[in-house]
Design a protein around this ligand. Structure first.
Ligand SMILES: O=C(O)[C@@H](CO)OP(=O)(O)O
Ligand SMILES: [Mg+2]
Length: 436
């Protein structure tokens, strides 16, 4: 007999991939099952996100992550003792109410999300199931299309280029494992091209190359060239996915490009991005304008949302209500799902479901500050998100997730279904945007 009541819950301070402290939570159930999870942390965070308590974060005025660990051990642990871990919604509701603030700033978003995810792991362990399978509950799932960073920029590379993530997607691959094979070839080809051109400077926060490019266009040129020189056909086999993360270089409809010291209004920024969509094999664009620029999101989606995935990240902050509003106003056609942005597993799932109900693409995503925690790999499969964004292909906190999906794919054997092009079935998409 399983007994999924929470017997013990413990928080501790561990370190993330940027060498900053974060929160780990360990849950023990009455039947002996355990679960463990580590909170990730963003650098380019949206205004509406759950707030972490962490060391040295300029936004948090020196508040210490030790306080978040204290929240777990002194307040959350006694409040959850004896509760049924299997009722994730009730656990998450209790966490939200216990905190009592709209932004989770009292107990700390990091304390809450790590607890929520650790409870989820313990429940799956109690049921004797891999986490993804526990989440799927018998419903059909697809192995997600990976979005993998080749060049870093923006807040992750000291603004060397304005765009934060230059990624590739391989929707024509036949499996997740093949998509990783292709990406490895492209990553190496990009490295060779950069070294030849004297443009390789190091490694950005998520493990992509830190480029010495002189323009965003130079990055797009070289990425397209890398796809070709690795032997793939741009667009029909491999596409480019961009996270513009425009809030990092503009607000109030004014955007200042670092490289040529130009300030663009919303229209001019959209024209510039539109020019890139015309010229390069771009299949997906995230946060094309600032998080406060609703009109800009609507305009960009109206103009390009039939041929290109338009993702809201900072704009939607994994919030179901915002997703519903964006669907109504036509201000995106896809949603990034980051558990620590929403605050709990339940709220993340609600945002994903709101996206699916609206016909949006759904992408489970890591943060720029990560760890060996692989929860999101399981969420992406178990929730049938279709896409998973984790960063690059070279750092172990990223590889931990990619390798976990490989294990899941292998465990499914012949029955594994890779999402491939079906990942881009966003509402209103032209056939050419969803088929090779
Ligand atoms: O903006 C994003 O999508 C993420 C990952 O690239 O970055 P951060 O975790 O810094 O918000
Ligand atoms: Mg983003």
């Amino acid at each position: 007999m399983t007994d999924a009541r929470i017997a013990k819950l413990h928080g501790r301070r561990v370190w993330d991939s940027r060498g900053r402290p974060t929160v780990e939570v360990e849950v023990h159930l009455a039947d002996g099952a355990t679960g463990r999870a580590i909170a990730p942390a963003g650098a380019s965070t949206g205004q509406g996100e759950a707030l972490d308590l962490r060391d040295g974060g300029s936004r948090f005025g020196g508040l210490d992550v030790q306080r978040a660990v204290g929240s777990v051990n002194r307040e959350i642990a006694p409040a959850l003792a004896g509760r049924d871990a299997g009722d994730q919604e009730a656990v998450d509701r209790l966490l939200v109410n216990l905190d009592g603030t709209p932004d989770r700033s009292r107990l700390g978003g990091n304390a809450i999300v790590a607890t929520s995810m650790a409870v989820l792991h313990a429940t799956a362990a109690s049921a004797g199931l891999p986490l993804w399978q526990h989440l799927a509950g018998g419903r059909p799932v697809r192995i997600p299309l990976p979005e993998i960073q080749i060049f870093g920029g923006g807040a992750h590379a000291d603004r060397r280029v304005d765009v934060q993530d230059f990624m590739v997607v391989c929707p024509a691959a036949r499996s997740f494992s093949e998509a990783l094979d292709w990406t490895a070839e492209i990553y190496r080809a990009a490295g060779t091209l950069m070294r030849k051109a004297g443009k390789a400077q190091g490694v950005a926060d998520e493990g992509g190359f830190w480029p010495a490019f002189d323009s965003n266009e130079e990055a797009l040129e070289m990425l397209t060239l890398a796809i070709e020189s690795a032997g793939f056909e741009p667009s029909s086999q491999v596409g480019i996915s961009l996270d513009v993360a425009a809030s990092q270089f503009g607000s109030g409809g004014q955007y200042t490009l670092a490289l040529d010291d130009r300030t663009l209004g919303t229209e001019a920024l959209i024209d510039m991005l539109g020019g890139w969509i015309e010229q390069y094999p771009i299949l997906s664009v995230e946060d094309p304008v600032g998080e406060d620029d609703h009109e800009g999101m609507m305009e960009f989606t109206r103009r390009y949302g039939r041929r290109c995935q338009v993702i809201g990240d900072d704009y939607l902050v994994t919030n179901a209500k915002r997703v519903e509003a964006a669907a109504t106003s036509g201000a995106a056609n896809a949603v990034l799902v980051k558990p620590n942005q929403a605050g709990t597993v339940t709220e993340s799932f609600q945002a994903l479901c709101a996206g699916k109900d609206a016909g949006f693409g759904t992408i489970v995503s890591a943060r720029s500050g990560e760890s060996e925690d692989v929860t999101i790999a399981h969420l992406s499969v178990g929730w049938d998100a279709g896409q998973l964004k984790v960063g690059s292909f070279t750092r172990s906190e990223r590889m931990a997730k990619w390798n976990e999906v490989l294990r899941i794919e292998e465990s499914l054997g012949e029955s594994a279904e890779f999402s491939g092009w079906s990942a881009f079935t966003f509402a209103g998409a032209e056939p050419s945007a969803t088929k090779p």
